[in-house]
Design a protein around this ligand. Structure first.
Ligand code: NI
Length: 269
């Protein structure tokens, strides 16, 4: 295992707990980012994971003959062992430990790609709305662009302080039950903060922080590689109803059923 090379300052940790997000300029090296870009592009061009429902369109209806508007690969490391031991991951884990207190568990990793020109927005949402209603979460996601992330290509945006509330009601994007992605029913983005980043920088957000990325209006792919870490999962004492998850009837779920894919993670999107 690679040893981490960064640590957050007290000021950064305080900022995160107050605002529910943090942006840092450098999580890993330019050399590693350029290597990861090659692996990433290969996984999307090979449609890695699609048959078993681990690659799918977050923002569209995900039919086989349609271009995907926001393709996501769940746990890309399962399709590319060279993603196992990377500095990005060692540093992401170190940062998560500083914010949540050790130990932390890896909850999952995701590659989320916005194709040039037609890459769709990811509407305002809280990540926990995708997860299990019966568990209590204390998680952070570390979002790393493999090229510059700008307002034009869909950098992350956050509503400061929104992590302090409950999980709000969500619905499938566009109220279309065929779409996997979720959107919060109501939020006021007037205080939103956009976080443009250099390649290999990172934003870090709590699982209840409201966040958004705009459409990709550039002529290049917008590649994001996300790692989620959790403090221990605890069964909730109070039940809750994530009814919006039960509304969905997606092509991805159908592929999972046909492939017999079993969910092993407590929190994949
Ligand atoms: Ni999200």
């Amino acid at each position: 295992m690679l040893e981490p090379t960064i640590s957050l300052t007290d000021e950064q940790i305080t900022f995160f707990h107050k605002n529910g997000y943090l942006a840092i300029e450098c999580l890993t090296t330019a050399t590693e980012i350029s290597r990861l870009r090659g692996v990433y592009d290969r996984l999307f061009s090979e449609q890695a994971g699609r048959e078993e429902g681990n690659q799918y369109d977050l923002a569209g209806t995900d039919e086989d003959d349609k271009p995907l508007s926001l393709p996501q690969i769940v746990n890309p490391v399962n399709y590319a062992p060279e993603l196992k031991d990377i500095l990005l991951k060692a540093n992401a884990r170190a940062v998560a430990q500083q914010l949540l207190g050790p130990p932390v568990e890896a909850q999952g990793e995701f590659a989320i790609m916005k194709p040039p020109q037609l890459g769709a927005p990811a509407p305002w949402h809280q990540d926990e709305s995708y997860w299990k209603e019966e568990l209590e979460y204390n998680s952070v996601s570390i979002w790393v662009p493999l090229q510059e992330a700008t307002l034009e290509n869909g950098c992350m945006q956050f509503i400061p302080g929104s992590h302090k509330g409950d999980v709000l009601p969500h619905h499938p994007i566009g109220h279309d039950p065929r779409v996997h992605g979720l959107e919060v029913d109501e939020c006021d983005p007037s205080t939103a903060v956009a976080c443009p980043l250099p390649a290999g920088g990172a934003t870090i957000h709590h699982c209840r922080t409201l966040h958004y990325t705009g459409p990709n209006r550039s002529s290049q792919m917008r590649r994001a590689y996300v790692h989620t870490f959790a403090a221990a999962f605890v069964k909730r004492s109070q039940p809750r109803d994530f009814y919006w998850q039960k509304q969905r009837r997606t092509a991805r779920d159908e592929r999972r059923r046909q492939a017999g894919t079993v969910s092993t993670s407590a929190g994949t999107a």
